[in-house]
Ligand binder design. Sequence first.
Ligand SMILES: Nc1ncnc2c1ncn2[C@@H]1O[C@H](COP(=O)(O)OP(=O)(O)OP(=O)(O)O)[C@@H](O)[C@H]1O
Length: 274
Amino acid sequence: MVRFENVGLRYGTGPEVLRDISFELAAGSFHFLTGPTGAGKSSLLKLLTLSERPSRGLVTLFGQQLSKLPRGALPELRRRIGVVFQDFRLLDHMTVFDNVALPLRIAGTADRRIQEAVTDLLSWVGLGDRMHLLPPVLSGGQKQLVAIARAVVTSPQLIVADEPTGNIDREMSHKIMRLFIELNKLGTTVVVATHDMYLVDRLQKPVLELYEGKLAEASWWLSPDRAGRPAPEAPPDGPAAAPSDPPDPQAAPLDSRPDPRLDPRLDPRLDPLF
Ligand SMILES: Nc1ncnc2c1ncn2[C@@H]1O[C@H](COP(=O)(O)OP(=O)(O)OP(=O)(O)O)[C@@H](O)[C@H]1O
């Protein structure tokens, strides 16, 4: 689905902000992208969403090597990618319905089909009663849900989300992540950039970790320093621990977060979506 080989990126004549990036994402996989501020997460997502071209190295998307494609071929590839931007990028003068309908209208979808698809999707994300409002009257989380609905309405093969849970409360974050998990279950490949290590630890999905423009060698869902215990040996083809592993009673508490054993809503084993 996605393959990066020794990719580098520089903006203009500036220094390389991404260096020697190599990884592969299988179709239908779910990955987090983490790293400190300025590590290069958004830049990597720009490469993934074809907003930037690499300064060096090879990027292959949907089996097509980008350097071999003429610029005219990019729009067709872009239509296969749903992007959720950090700042939503909703059109404030258009209703929630029209924002979500826009990609379908651009694709020339028939009105009746648009009506059906957008209404269903907005109900699915819990905004069925907000369809005719303008974005400025929505909460941050609701805007994020609209942005996600717009990104997925065309059933893209790849969804890329930049900080989709930034500045919203825990409950809404969970709701948004559940949406991505549902879409992933339907076969969509998902990449979510986040600073929220709580979600990363809870969801137990593979992690791409960026530091100063480079990918960390081993990128698994749980780092030893976050768990307060040594990491188990990572198998070559899977995460360091099975998602179904029971919590380790000897493990140090995960900073100040609530103990999931005391709050069933936070226990991944009790939540079929986690
Ligand atoms: N358009 C641009 N022109 C020049 N430099 C840029 C541009 N966009 C990003 N950079 C630089 O690239 C580096 C990586 O930035 P990027 O936004 O990718 O990091 P990030 O990990 O997403 O950060 P954050 O977590 O704060 O969103 C930074 O040094 C930044 O200043």
